[in-house]
Every structure is written in C-alpha cells, then in structure tokens.
Design a binder for this molecule. Structure first.
Ligand SMILES: NC(=O)c1ccc[n+]([C@@H]2O[C@H](COP(=O)([O-])OP(=O)(O)OC[C@H]3O[C@@H](n4cnc5c(N)ncnc54)[C@H](O)[C@@H]3O)[C@@H](O)[C@H]2O)c1
Length: 253
C-alpha cells in the first residue's frame, strides 16, 4: 500500500528518490539533495518519520514530497515509480540491521535482511531504470561491514550482496547510460548505533581510527557527489566513507 503524503511539486527540477528517508542517514540525504537542487521523492514505510524530514526541507526552501511505501511490496513500488513526473537519481538507502551471534542466526534472520537490503534495492532499481535517462544515477548504500564483522553475519552477507549487485548493475545499465555506484559507510551516528547495547557501542567507538562515528552528513557528502553530473565517468565503484576503518588496525597508530 502506497500513500502519498504531500502533493508532488518541482517537476522542472531533477527528481531524486531517497529510500529510508525517515531514518538517520536518509534524512540527511534528503536534506542535502534538496539543497543541491533536486526535488526529492522521499520514501519510507513510516509516514511519521517522513513528515518531519519533509517539513525541514520545505522550511529550508527545498522541494520534497513524502511517499509511504513498503519497499518489499512489488505493486507499491511499481505504482510509486510510475506516478513520478521524472526520475533522475535513485538513492537506495533503506536497510535493516540487528546483531546476533552466528550460532544464534536463523534462516528467517537472513531472509529479513535480504528482503530489504538486497531484494528491495533490486526491485526499486529495476523499476526506476525504466524511467532514468542517460546520465541517470543510482547510488546504493552498502556498508564497510561487507568486509566482515562479528555478530551480524546476515547483515554482512546482505551488504556484500549489495556490493556485487552494484557492480553487476553498473555493467548491465551502462548501455542505457545509467551510472551505478555505492557508498560504504563505517559506523554512523544514527538510531542504528543507539540500538546497540552500551557495551557494544563503546566497543565499536573504540575501534574507530578517528575516535568518532561518521555524522550522517559525512555520508550525504559522498552520495551528493555520486548523484551529481561530476561523476558521469564513474560507475561500478564502492566509495568507503569510514574514517579509515577499512585500512585495518594500523590506521589508528
Ligand atoms: N548507521 C550506521 O552505522 C550504518 C553503517 C553502515 C551502513 N548503514 C546503512 O545505511 C542505511 C541507513 O541506515 P540508518 O542508520 O539511517 O538506518 P535507520 O534505521 O535510521 O533508517 C532506516 C529507514 O528505513 C525505513 N524502512 C525500513 N523498512 C522499510 C521498508 N520495508 N520500506 C521502506 N522503508 C523502510 C525505516 O522506517 C527507517 O526510516 C542502511 O542501508 C544501513 O544498512 C548504516
């Protein structure tokens, strides 16, 4: 079921779809792309989360509309994409994360993570690719965790799939002139981080070479670059935005 929260405006502007727009990173992406001149079609399963983001964009003079869409539902995604006046960029940001030791994981945990983090990303991208022009951009939010991490093998595997999917999509969609890249954040200061136990949160922060988690705006800077015309010759790339964490233990020395 898809519900439109605000009347669409700004058809003359390029349109960027941002998923998970009500979340910690998605809100920052929505605000940044609106500030960069996009009309943002902000998608979330939670209308309440969307409302405050849309209001903040409009108060800042930007252009955005909210759509309550369950990205796991084919029909909702298809009708959402079809009703947009145009589509110039897609930011696949919605995701789910929880912590569980490998020995405690079930197939359901894997399916839940794949359904949103991978299959929903594929579904929206495929629908949007029928609307994107040559020069259109898809930016997938992966995670540094795809390199491996403890206590969330299901999430690690799903984000590794996002990396593979990004490269495969980049190859197949290049014929249409669509550029596909991914941003792989390290730890970001969002409700996802706050959901960790205090002990796990402290342990995660201790592992950061910079001594801090990324701000959502750090991720938005990278996404804004990859969604801009400055990257018309860049495709299939995974941009780590992790304060050096992926360099390994020596980064902090
Ligand atoms: N926070 C981090 O430290 C971190 C690190 C690396 C990567 N990431 C990735 O960044 C992305 C955003 O993370 P976040 O921390 O902002 O998460 P978040 O939980 O704050 O936001 C996720 C948003 O997705 C929405 N959503 C959930 N299910 C949905 C569905 N079926 N349809 C539509 N929307 C749905 C939620 O309502 C929520 O607003 C995710 O892909 C996550 O894996 C986050």
């Amino acid at each position: 079921m898809q519900t439109q929260r605000n009347k669409p405006v700004g058809q003359s502007k390029p349109v960027a779809i941002v998923t998970g727009a009500g979340g910690g990173i998605g809100a920052a992406l929505t605000r940044r792309l609106a500030a960069d001149g996009f009309h943002v079609a902000a998608v979330d399963i939670s209308g309440k989360a969307l409302d405050s983001v849309i209001t903040s964009v409009q108060e800042a003079g930007g252009s955005a509309e909210g759509a309550v869409v369950d990205l796991r539902d084919e029909q909702s995604v298809s009708s959402f994409v079809a009703r947009l006046p145009r589509v110039d960029a897609v930011i696949n940001n919605a995701g789910v994360f929880d912590e569980r030791a490998f020995m405690d994981l079930s197939a359901d945990d894997f399916n839940r993570h794949y359904d949103l983090n991978v299959v929903a990303l594929f579904r929206l991208s495929q629908h949007a690719a029928t609307r994107l022009p040559s020069g259109g951009k898809i930016v997938n939010i992966a995670s540094r965790a795809y390199l491996g991490a403890r206590n969330h093998a299901h999430y690690v595997a799903a984000k590794a799939a996002v990396v593979g999917l990004t490269r495969a999509m980049a190859m197949e969609l290049l014929g249409q002139g669509i550029l596909v890249n991914a941003v792989a954040p390290g730890l970001v200061d969002t409700p996802m981080l706050q959901a960790l136990t205090p002990e796990r949160r402290a342990a995660q922060l201790a592992l950061q070479p910079t001594g801090r988690a990324a701000r959502p705006e750090d991720i938005a800077n990278a996404v804004a670059f990859l969604a801009s015309p400055q990257t018309d010759f860049i495709t299939g790339q995974i941009l780590m935005v992790d304060g050096g964490k992926s360099l390994g233990g020596t980064a902090a020395l």
